[in-house]
Ligand binder design. Structure first.
Ligand SMILES: Cc1cc2nc3c(=O)[nH]c(=O)nc-3n(C[C@H](O)[C@H](O)[C@H](O)COP(=O)(O)OP(=O)(O)OC[C@H]3O[C@@H](n4cnc5c(N)ncnc54)[C@H](O)[C@@H]3O)c2cc1C
Length: 460
């Protein structure tokens, strides 16, 4: 083969692609990275980071109320959506700058346009038509919001992409979906003052999470005034002079200023050319890879959301790093996709690591549950009724803690630490032997003593 333009060509400058490019560049590889939108990818530009900024903004509503119980008096706080979005945009631009600087420091060439794959070692820049060659190609193109079945009027809905840049805060919003993105946005909009409805086709929101978390979050949302309509899908969206009217499968209608679809995400492989070069794609178009992120074509690799493994930023970053270590650093490494801690930044927040109870019962012959629902100390003066839930799931045979679940303030922060314990194989006895840190909510995990029994077990 003639001399190649690059050792590595990365398509997509998001979490996984940027990490892989920087690490490979650091090993001395000649690297280029192409990006069709903005450097930083979904997480930085229109995912985790702006989402968490909006979550923080939305939680001040409760903070102002709670402050009264602690002696503060606050005259009518006012919120301005436009100021929030402008501040968010400034922070994202700053982060994008840091990503660019990191790539420059690793001597990675940045090409700001869409790219397709034309051969095992060739890519084409769509705008300029230039063809470039590379020893290895890394697909790190992420995913995009799906809209589901094409229903009449679907062009009037927004997705998370647009939700971050709305010109004004809607007074009424309907969020379609029951996954974490739908649930987080419902909480953001509701806390900021929008009349909020969730429409979900399933029975209960947050499929896959522990049932206790799902039930308690449903209860909390209902109490806060978020309406949850289950077992319904939209059949049509109608736009009138001032409203959007969503028609549901049961014939009912819901009226709002915005309808946001958060009904799933699809890997960005459409039109990428991968099928023509023999890369195997999975059932929903994701790139099928082995444990070293290699596709069915030896020179083509993929990391992050596009592989359909676990669609989370830290996972994409780890996969990108392991790929670069393996292929350019002489340090073969694969990533374990187990015990991935995860959170829903709803208010109240939920977070989990390990197995939910229903899976533990399928996989372990004996399961012990420990749980506590209590009013956190702060709520005693604020008067807030929301209880916190902490739940430990223990394999009765080995005494290993196989699942930790929390609903309540700082759930995600606590679960990140619990994930280390689970990874080290901590037992319930280890949790119990750990000294409590008082007064905290997290201390419940090390002080839970009584096994929880279902009402029928307890009676028997
Ligand atoms: C609303 C929302 C909230 C989220 N919140 C969290 C969270 O709290 N925690 C968490 O861990 N994860 C969260 N995620 C998921 C997280 O953002 C993704 O898992 C992560 O960004 C995946 O990284 P990636 O590198 O695989 O892809 P991405 O970050 O999506 O990057 C892919 C990049 O490739 C570019 N691209 C695509 N095709 C081409 C092409 N042909 N040519 C050139 N460029 C191309 C895209 O423009 C994009 O910039 C959230 C996602 C969303 C949408």
């Amino acid at each position: 083969m003639d001399k190649l333009d690059y050792d590595l060509f990365v398509i997509g400058a998001g979490s996984g692609g940027v990490r892989a490019a920087r690490i490979a560049g650091g090993y001395g590889a000649k690297v280029a990275i192409a990006e069709e939108y903005r450097i930083g990818g979904t997480c930085v530009i229109r995912g985790c980071v702006p989402k968490k900024i909006l979550v923080y903004a939305s939680r001040f509503a409760d903070d102002f109320e709670d402050a009264r119980g602690f002696g503060w008096s606050i005259d009518e706080p006012k919120f301005d959506w436009a100021s929030l979005i402008a501040a968010k945009d400034r922070e994202i631009a700053r982060l994008e700058g840091l990503y660019r600087a990191g790539l420059a420091a690793a001597k990675v060439e940045v090409l700001e346009e869409r790219v397709t794959v034309t051969g095992p070692n060739t890519v084409q820049l769509v705008k300029s038509g230039r063809t470039l060659t590379a020893g290895k190609i890394l697909i790190a193109t992420g995913g995009s919001p799906m809209l589901g079945k094409a229903i009449p009027g679907i062009e009037h809905v927004i997705t998370s992409n647009e939700a971050f840049d709305l010109k004004r805060l809607p007074e009424r919003i309907i969020v379609a979906g029951g996954g974490y993105i739908a649930i987080e946005f419902a909480s953001i909009f509701s806390n900021l003052g929008a009349e909020t409805t969730i429409v979900y086709r399933g029975d209960k929101i947050l499929r896959g999470f522990d049932e206790d978390l799902r039930d308690r979050l449903t209860e909390a949302y209902t109490k806060q005034g978020i309406r949850i309509v289950t077992r319904q899908i939209f059949t049509r969206i109608e736009k009138t002079a001032g409203d959007l009217i969503g028609h549901l499968s049961n014939g009912a209608t819901l009226t709002a200023d915005e309808i946001m679809f958060a009904v799933g995400r699809a890997p960005n492989t459409s039109g990428l050319g991968l099928d023509q070069v023999g890369v195997e794609l999975g059932w929903n178009g994701h790139v099928v890879v082995n444990e070293y992120s290699k596709s069915s074509v030896d020179s083509i690799f993929a990391v992050g959301d596009v592989t359909g493994r676990a669609a989370l930023t830290p996972v994409a970053i780890r996969e990108g790093h392991a790929f670069a270590d393996t292929e350019f650093g002489g340090k073969p490494r694969m990533i374990e996709h187990t015990l991935i801690p995860t959170a829903v930044f709803s208010t109240p927040e939920i977070a989990s690591v390990g197995l939910p109870e229903h899976l533990a019962r399928e996989r372990c012959s004996d399961v012990h549950i420990y749980k506590a629902a209590f009013r956190p100390l702060k709520a005693t003066l604020s008067g807030r009724e929301q209880k916190m839930l902490m739940k430990l799931i223990v394999d009765g045979v080995s005494d290993k803690v196989v699942g930790c679940h929390i609903l309540g303030e700082d759930a995600a922060e606590i679960i990140q630490m619990a994930a280390i314990a689970l990874r080290l194989g901590a037992t319930k006895a280890d949790f119990g032997a750990t000294m409590a840190l008082h007064p905290t909510a997290a201390e419940e995990f090390v002080t839970l003593r009584e096994k929880w029994m279902a009402p029928t077990e307890a009676a028997g």
